[in-house]
Design a protein around this ligand. Structure first.
Ligand SMILES: Nc1nc2c(c(=O)[nH]1)N[C@H]1C(S)=C(S)[C@@H](COP(=O)(O)O)O[C@H]1N2
Ligand SMILES: [Mo]
Length: 247
């Protein structure tokens, strides 16, 4: 059988073809370096799991402590850690009241919890995963979205990843600025302390390490969308897939 190039690009390590032993060992080497260099062992472990799970052809990293059926993805080589002291979420663009939220600010707002399946566009699915946080619609209402606005653009403190939604999508009740996942504070590997959670869409919409919400006139395609994924990423109704809907 000949292999054709994939119809659309896939996140590294997500391709069906086996990853060479050399690449995997190379990744393990980097992970070990991370453990040595990191100020805490936990941080090193997360970095190790984050990079190793991404490229693991054996699936064995999924058996390690904080795997839980998820694969960890980051398009950035390294991502700074942010905590209650230095984390900020800005809301700006076409709004009457730009804002900057601390983690405490976000925790003080009403929290919404929902439990739904997570579906990655490359095929893996994790059943019944609790997410909890502030409805994005609440932050948009507080900001006072201007009449000519039509979309929302998200940026991340990894410095690279972006996402976007139409305003109607962003205002859905099942779209959260998530502070918790699996009933724990979001860990760094999963995009902590704050990530976007777009329940009805493929998981690439759920931008990790969320740092900015900018209200815009039109949708700006996000990182993976510039590389071929659908902008309207409804689970089961996009990207040529027929997965069962998640929300
Ligand atoms: N900042 C950022 N967010 C991101 C990504 C990323 O690489 N960087 N990957 C996306 C993809 S393709 C998926 S499947 C999920 C993976 O989330 P997880 O690492 O918590 O499993 O995050 C999404 N959000
Ligand atoms: Mo993904």
């Amino acid at each position: 059988m000949t292999s054709e190039p994939p119809e659309r690009p896939e996140p590294p390590g997500e391709r069906g073809a086996p990853v060479g032993r050399r690449i995997f060992l190379g990744t393990l080497g980097l992970g070990a370096l991370g453990v040595l260099a990191a100020p805490t062992l936990q941080r090193g472990l997360e970095a190790f799991l984050g990079s190793a799970a991404d490229k693991d052809p054996t699936g064995l990293t999924g058996l390690l402590p904080n795997g839980g059926g998820f694969r960890y993805y980051s398009v950035a080589a390294s991502v700074p850690h942010k905590n209650a002291t230095d984390y900020r979420l800005t809301v700006d663009g076409l709004v009457d009241h730009p804002a900057s939220y601390t983690l405490a600010d976000l925790r003080a707002l009403p929290q919404t919890r929902m439990v739904k399946d997570v579906q990655c566009v490359t095929g893996w699915r994790v059943p019944g995963t609790p997410f909890e946080g502030v409805r994005l619609s609440r932050l948009l209402d507080a900001a006072g979205v201007r009449a000519k606005a039509g979309a929302v653009r998200f940026s991340c403190f990894d410095g690279t990843y972006t996402e976007s939604l139409t305003l109607d999508q962003a205002r859905r009740a099942d779209v959260l600025v998530a502070l918790r996942m699996q009933d724990k504070d979001l860990e760094h590997a999963h995009g902590g302390p704050v990530r976007l959670y777009v329940a009805p869409m493929y998981f690439y919409k759920s931008a990790k390490w969320l740092s900015g919400i900018t209200v815009t006139e039109d949708v700006h395609p996000g990182y993976w969308e510039d590389r071929g994924y659908d902008v309207d990423a409804w689970v089961g109704r996009s990207n040529g897939r027929d997965d069962a809907p998640t929300s």
